[in-house]
Design a protein around this ligand. Structure first.
Ligand code: DC
Length: 346
């Protein structure tokens, strides 16, 4: 046996003795149950309580559920601006044999916003982030996904991979028949390496090869073909069915995940979007001019929003966010807050 620690947190809606005791009890029982721990294996529990709660000591709940032998202690918490209100946290020390890494921590009620990566399967959240090229979707989606503990899925990278395949195999991506003939030969998967996502095309890592202006142009062309879209959308839906995701693209809110819990449509003035894309590519050492990028973006804006199948369009229930004058942090914070707001509401 070794000492292990289980974290728990929960919130109450009112500062009443009854609620504090009952919600703390539910949390403690769940901490035991989810880790298959017996009450006699609990060594001690430390509780902290936010300063808006003073109607009862949470330790009382530990006694009432039968933790009669454990050492218990209550502490007031730091009153940090913007922190979760009416929150009770616990750190439970137990005698256990499982590795600490396999401990299941418990976050209930609004406290789940503290650990959105631990959302239960049935509470999975999908965030659909759509918008034109250069609106900052991928940068924002990556940051927000990291903060929330969600998986980020870049659907544009999949269309780009199809375009790269065509370029490499001398298939004219402007010719739909030629592309569709080879579609079954294209296998796209995503791998996670060093906390980064890598796009694998037929076994080869193409993550760094799919950002060139030529591939961008090809991606926008092949994305107009119905069969290409159907193939990639099936992969995207499958990925989103397994975990909480932030998915960015053009048709996520309208077509791929029409029931996404949070939908944001990001726009921005075209010159500003081109400037951002130019800086991004320049940093990667690509020899491109601002004018080329501006042209590329205008052309893709047109292609993406005028195609027949699933064009770029704001879903009726998506929030419109013009990011022209917003910093990356501001946009990321907005999206994270939208997700947390949703989680608190359910
Ligand atoms: O987001 P991006 O620039 O990497 O996307 C490349 C192209 O792929 C873009 O011009 C349009 C297309 N695309 C699409 O049609 N649907 C998506 N869900 C994502 C991208």
């Amino acid at each position: 046996m070794a000492t292990r620690a289980i974290r728990g947190a929960t919130t109450v809606r009112t500062n009443t003795r009854e609620e504090i005791i009952s919600e703390t009890g539910v949390m403690l029982l769940e901490m035991l149950e989810r880790n298959s721990i017996k009450k006699e294996d609990v060594i001690s529990v430390i509780f902290t309580v936010t300063s808006d709660l003073n109607a009862a000591f949470p330790a009382t709940a530990a006694r009432s559920i039968g933790l009669t032998r454990a050492g218990l202690l209550d502490f007031p918490e730091l009153n940090v601006t913007g922190s979760l209100k009416m929150c009770i946290r616990a750190l439970m020390f137990i005698d256990g044999i499982m590795p600490q890494s396999e401990i299941n921590h418990v976050y209930l009620n609004n406290a789940i916003v503290l650990r959105t990566d631990l959302l239960k399967k049935e509470h999975r959240v999908a965030v659909a982030l759509d918008g034109p090229a250069g609106s900052g979707k991928s940068t924002i989606a990556k940051m927000a996904a990291k903060e929330l503990g969600f998986i980020y899925i870049d659907t544009g990278a999949m269309y780009r991979s199809v375009a790269l395949y065509c370029i490499d195999k001398d298939i004219d991506y402007n010719n739909e028949v030629q592309v569709l003939r080879k579609l079954d030969n294209i296998n796209i998967t995503i791998e996670n390496a060093n906390r980064e996502q890598r796009y694998i095309l037929n076994g080869n890592d193409v993550t760094d090869l799919i950002r060139s202006p030529e591939v961008s142009d090809g991606a926008s062309k092949v994305a107009a073909y119905k069969a290409v879209r159907e193939k990639l959308v099936a992969i995207q839906r499958e990925l989103a069915s397994k975990q909480s995701v932030i998915m960015d693209g053009r048709d996520i809110g309208t077509n791929v995940l029409p029931k996404a819990e949070v939908k944001v449509f990001m726009t921005g003035e075209v010159e500003e979007r081109a400037r951002r894309r130019y800086e991004e590519l320049h940093l990667k050492g690509m020899a491109v001019t601002f004018e080329e990028i501006l042209e590329d973006i205008k052309k893709r804006d047109y292609n993406d929003s005028h195609r027949e199948y699933n064009p770029l369009r704001q879903a009726d229930d998506a929030v419109l966010l013009d990011t022209t004058h917003m910093s990356v942090e501001e946009v990321k914070d907005y999206i994270v807050a939208e997700v947390k707001k949703y989680i608190k509401e359910v």
